[in-house]
Design a protein around this ligand. Structure first.
Ligand code: KG4
Ligand code: ZN
Length: 344
């Protein structure tokens, strides 16, 4: 099968908008490949005191920041509004109040400029963000989405053809990172803080479970792992945890990475597909990236991981998905609603 990037360009400039959770982002992308601008306003400081995203605060801040973020994306792209040929926005899954802000902005732009509008599934954005990189895979590939809300493994044969092989039965991998960071008193957002703390620690210092390791499923589970860390901390006490913080963080992180790679390896065996894409916020994790790199050499796999800015929530991936939608002659009606639990 040929490379998905082989199709001739049309110089089509698409504006993408992403507001599904706590990042307010807008990007201008040409032909689904070339990122002209990529503006992101992060709400980290707003949610940090609460140790997690507060939905009402998130949507109110999106309302406040959406216009400045859009203006910045247009300025950075040196684009005038008239240059745009389409506008795409995330329509789900995500926090409903947050989604509605980006979606409504996209509809208003579509109406005002008389250009087509497309609602994009956030997970589709993550899965195909790799095509915004210079080095991108051919189909078919195994796609592992690891984010704050999802942990799902797909066999991907084309932009429209994918089969779900396994998914988390409880917490997402990123959720486990965030909850364990809170237990360890590291703060919010937890994934990056555990990653940083774990660099000073020994991943073999403590033994935490690798749930659902049995060979009969490609599903994941992370809630038992989190409970095990909580029990460990309770048993050993606060002073011990403080003294061995880096070792606990590294040992927990290793358990998550082992669980992810175990299923990925099994899926390679099942499907005989040797190309692997790992995406979503947790794909920023340095230990996961290091272990994937090792797999590339040891298991003769072709591994593709987007750069960190394209792993976490961003609007370039939404603009790229919108481009594919418009190129296929499709668009969404302006009546399209946001869906908090939209499936891929
Ligand atoms: O894809 P994303 O930005 O938003 C969602 O769609 O959920 O992913 C956010 C998740 C959070 O749970 C965050 O803690 C995690 O990605 N994350 C990390 C790292 N950077 C972000 N997890 C582990 N290591 C990291 N370096
Ligand atoms: Zn995401």
């Amino acid at each position: 099968m040929g490379s998905p990037n082989d199709s001739p360009g049309t110089d089509m400039r698409i504006l993408g908008i992403e507001s599904s959770c706590d990042d307010c982002a807008a990007a201008v992308v040409v032909d689904g490949r070339e990122i002209l601008s990529h503006a992101v306003h992060s709400q980290t400081l707003i949610h940090r005191p609460y140790g997690g995203v507060v939905p009402e605060l998130a949507s109110r801040d999106h309302l406040d920041k959406i216009v400045p973020v859009l203006r910045k994306a247009m300025q950075d792209a040196r684009s005038s509004w008239e240059d745009l040929e389409g506008v795409a926005a995330t329509c789900g899954p995500g926090l409903i109040g947050s989604l509605l802000v980006g979606l409504s902005a996209a509809k208003a732009i579509s109406l005002a400029l008389d250009i087509p509008f497309c609602g994009v599934n956030h997970l589709e954005g993550h899965l195909f963000a790799i095509f915004l990189e210079q080095r991108a895979p051919e189909f078919p590939f195994l796609g592992l989405i690891v984010s704050g809300g999802h942990t799902s493994l797909y066999h991907v044969e084309g932009f429209e053809q994918r089969t779900l092989l396994g998914q988390t039965r409880d917490d997402a991998a990123g959720e486990a990172f965030d909850k364990v960071a809170k237990l360890l008193g590291l703060g919010y957002p937890g994934g990056a803080l555990i990653d940083r703390t774990a660099r000073q620690g020994n991943p073999k210092a403590f033994s935490f479970p690798r749930p659902l390791a049995a060979p009969d499923t490609l599903d994941f589970s992370f809630s038992g792992l989190k409970t095990s860390v909580r029990g460990f901390l309770h048993q050993r006490g606060e002073a011990f945890a403080r003294e061995h913080l880096a070792d606990v963080a590294a040992s927990f992180q290793e358990a998550v990475v082992d669980s992810l790679l175990l299923k990925l390896t099994r899926a390679v065996q099942h499907t005989q597909t040797r190309r692997v894409v790992v995406c979503g916020g947790v794909a920023c994790n340095s230990r996961l990236r290091e272990r994937l790199e090792q797999m590339t050499q040891e298991a003769a796999l072709e591994v593709f991981v987007p750069s960190p800015a394209l792993c976490t929530d961003n609007a370039a991936m939404i603009a790229a998905a919108g481009y594919r939608c418009f190129r296929a002659g499709r668009s969404s009606p302006l009546s399209l609603n946001a869906q908090a639990n939209l499936l891929l």
